[in-house]
Design a protein. Structure first.
Length: 250
C-alpha cells in the first residue's frame, strides 16, 4: 500500500487512515500506544477482530475484512499479534520485512514489490525463455525421475493441487508425487502434529506419508521442477512468492 509521510504538526492532518487487524485486546493496545496514539503519519480508523464473535467495539470480523478495508478507505494495515509464523507468511505473500522503530516501539514494515509495465513484460519474457529452455535441457532427467516415482509406489507420477495466483486466479500446480497415494485424505488426522498453530498452515516433521524417494525430492526441491509448466502457462513466475493453497487464504 502507498505509504505517506506527514510533516505537519496537527494531529491526524494529512495522516494515512490506518486499520488494525488482530485479537481485540492487542489491537486496542496498539491503537493506544505512543506509536500511533500521538498522530503523525497514521490515523487509526478502527480494528478488525480475528476472533469470533468480534468484540463490540470492533468494526467487524476477519471474514468481512475486504469489505471493511474498502469501507474504511484505509491506506495502511497494521497486523497485531504473534509473529511466530511471519517468515512463512512472507513467503506466501511475497513481501519484504523491514524492522523499524516508531516512538520507541519496534514494528515490522511489510512492503510488496511494485513492477512497472515494461518490467512486467520483461519478467514475462524471462519466464518464458527460462522455463522453455529448462524443460528442454532437463527433459531426460525429468523422465528418469518420473520413472523412479512410478516404480517406487503405487499412484500417479504427478501431484496436482489447486493454488491461488495473482488476482485470486485459481490454477492447478504440478509437482512430482512425494507421498503415498491418497495422502491428502490423512491430513486431518495429522493436524495436531503440525509445527504451525494456525490450522491453515500445515507442516509435519518426518511426515509418515512421505516416500523414501519423496524425501530426497523434497530435500533437493526436484519435486518442484514440473512447475516449469505452470510458468509457461503464466500461472507462476520463476522468481516470486509461493502460490498459497485455498485453505491458506480462506
Amino acid at each position: 500500500m502507498r505509504r505517506r509521510r506527514c510533516l505537519s504538526a496537527p494531529r491526524y492532518r494529512n495522516a494515512a487512515a490506518t486499520l488494525f487487524v488482530g485479537p481485540a485486546e492487542q489491537c486496542r493496545a496498539a491503537i493506544e500506544s505512543e506509536a500511533f496514539a500521538l498522530g503523525g503519519e497514521c490515523h487509526p480508523v478502527g480494528f478488525v477482530d480475528v476472533h469470533a464473535p468480534p468484540a463490540a467495539d470492533a468494526l467487524g470480523g476477519v471474514a468481512d475484512f475486504r469489505a471493511l478495508l474498502h469501507r474504511s478507505a484505509a491506506e495502511v494495515v497494521v497486523i497485531c499479534g504473534y509473529l511466530a509464523d511471519l517468515p512463512r507468511s512472507n513467503a506466501i505473500a511475497g513481501v519484504q520485512p523491514t524492522l523499524m522503530w516508531r516512538r520507541g516501539a519496534p514494528l515490522i514494515e511489510l512492503t510488496a514489490p511494485n513492477l512497472k509495465g515494461w518490467q512486467v513484460f520483461l519478467k514475462r519474457v524471462i519466464d518464458l525463455v527460462g522455463a522453455g529452455v529448462g524443460l528442454v535441457v532437463l527433459s531426460p532427467f525429468l523422465a528418469l525421475v518420473a520413472a523412479a516415482v512410478k516404480l517406487e509406489s503405487r499412484g500417479p507420477v504427478f501431484f496436482t493441487q489447486v493454488r491461488v495466483g495473482r488476482g485470486g486466479r485459481r490454477f492447478r500446480i504440478v509437482k512430482f508425487r512425494t507421498m503415498v497415494d491418497g495422502a491428502e485424505k490423512r491430513r486431518d488426522e495429522l493436524l495436531s502434529r503440525s509445527v504451525y498453530r494456525d490450522a491453515r498452515l500445515f507442516k509435519v516433521p518426518n511426515d509418515p506419508r512421505m516416500t523414501r524417494l519423496g524425501r530426497w525430492l523434497r530435500r533437493t526441491s526436484v519435486d518442484e521442477l514440473p512447475q516449469l509448466v505452470n510458468v509457461l502457462r503464466g500461472e507462476m513466475s520463476l522468481v516470486g512468492p509461493r502460490p498459497p493453497m485455498l485453505s491458506e487464504v480462506a
